[in-house]
Design a protein around this ligand. Structure first.
Ligand SMILES: Cc1cc2nc3c(=O)[nH]c(=O)nc-3n(C[C@H](O)[C@H](O)[C@H](O)COP(=O)(O)O)c2cc1C
Length: 248
C-alpha cells in the first residue's frame, strides 16, 4: 500500500507541475555559482550504462551575442528564401550560406496523429499573443525569437554521442528535464528549443565539439520576465491518454 504523500513528494509534484517554458527573459545574468549548482543537479541524471553520452556548450555574454547574430542572420535568409521564388532558392543552394546544417532534421512532416497537439500548441501561443492565423509576418517574427534565445542571458546547446544511437538522445532528454527542474527549483526559467538544432555551424565554430557529438537541441535559461507570453500553458492530455489498452 502507498504511504501518505510526504513533504518531499508534495514538493516534487509542485515543482514538476509548475515548470513552464519561458519565451521572454530579463537581461539579468545567472550567477556562475548558481549555474554550477544547476549543472551539478543535472549531472546526477541516470544514463545508459552510466555513459553520460552528452556534452554542453554554454554561451553567455559576447559568445552568446555572436551566436544570436549568426543564427538570426541564417533565419532571415531562410525566411527570405521561403518568401522568394525559385531564384532565391537557387541562390541559397549555390552559396549554401543559410542552408540548415544541423546534425538532425528539425523541419519534417509531422505524423498525422501528432498534428492536432502540435496545431493546438502553436495556435494557443499565437492566440495568447494576439497573432492571427494568417499573419505570417508576425508568426515569423515570433519564431525568430527562438534564435534571439528569447533574450535569455545564457543559452546551452546539448550534444549527444552519435555512437549510442537513439539511446544518447533518450539520455539527453532525461538530463534536460533534470536541468530544467533544477533551474525552476532555483527560481530560474528555461525553454528547451529544438529550433536551435537547425544550424550547427555557428556553435561548432565557437566551441570544441568532438566530431562524434551531434547537436540535438538548445535551452535558453534565465529569469522569466512578466511578458504575456510567459503565461502560456498548453496543458496536457489526461495521463490515461498515454496508456495502451490491453489486447482482447
Ligand atoms: C525537446 C524540446 C524541444 C522544444 N523546442 C522548442 C522550440 O524550438 N521553441 C519553443 O518555443 N519551444 C520549444 N519547446 C517547448 C515546448 O513547446 C513546450 O515544452 C510544450 O509546449 C509544453 O509547454 P511547457 O514546457 O510550458 O509545459 C521544446 C520542448 C522540448 C522538450
Amino acid at each position: 500500500m502507498l504511504s501518505a504523500p510526504t513533504g518531499e513528494s508534495a514538493v516534487f509534484a509542485d515543482l514538476v507541475r509548475t515548470r513552464r517554458s519561458a519565451r521572454d527573459f530579463l537581461p539579468d545574468a545567472i550567477a556562475p555559482e548558481l549555474l554550477d549548482a544547476i549543472l551539478a543537479d543535472a549531472n546526477a541524471s541516470p544514463s545508459w550504462s552510466n555513459t553520460q553520452p552528452y556534452r554542453l556548450a554554454i554561451a553567455s555574454g559576447n559568445i552568446k551575442d555572436k551566436l544570436k547574430a549568426e543564427l538570426c542572420e541564417r533565419y532571415d535568409i531562410a525566411m527570405k528564401v521561403q518568401r522568394g521564388g525559385w531564384m532565391a532558392k537557387l541562390k541559397l543552394l549555390v552559396s549554401r550560406h543559410g542552408l540548415p546544417d544541423g546534425d538532425f532534421k528539425v523541419n519534417f512532416e509531422y505524423p498525422k496523429a501528432l498534428q492536432p497537439a502540435r496545431r493546438a500548441t502553436g495556435h494557443g501561443l499565437y492566440k495568447l499573443l494576439g497573432i492571427a492565423r494568417d499573419d505570417h509576418a508576425a508568426r515569423a517574427m515570433q519564431m525568430r525569437k527562438n534564435f534571439e534565445f528569447f533574450n535569455a542571458p545564457t543559452v546551452l546547446f546539448i550534444f549527444v554521442h552519435a555512437g549510442l544511437h537513439e539511446f544518447s538522445v533518450l539520455d539527453a532528454g532525461i538530463y534536460l528535464q533534470s536541468l530544467m527542474l533544477s533551474a525552476h527549483a532555483n527560481g530560474l526559467a528555461t525553454c528547451a528549443q529544438g529550433a536551435l538544432a537547425t544550424w550547427g555551424g555557428p556553435v561548432r565554430a565557437a566551441f570544441e565539439v568532438p566530431a562524434d557529438y551531434k547537436l540535438i537541441c538548445g535551452v535558453s535559461m534565465g529569469y522569466a520576465s512578466s511578458d504575456t507570453v510567459n503565461q502560456f500553458n498548453p496543458g496536457r492530455a489526461p495521463a490515461a491518454a498515454q496508456l495502451l489498452p490491453v489486447k482482447r
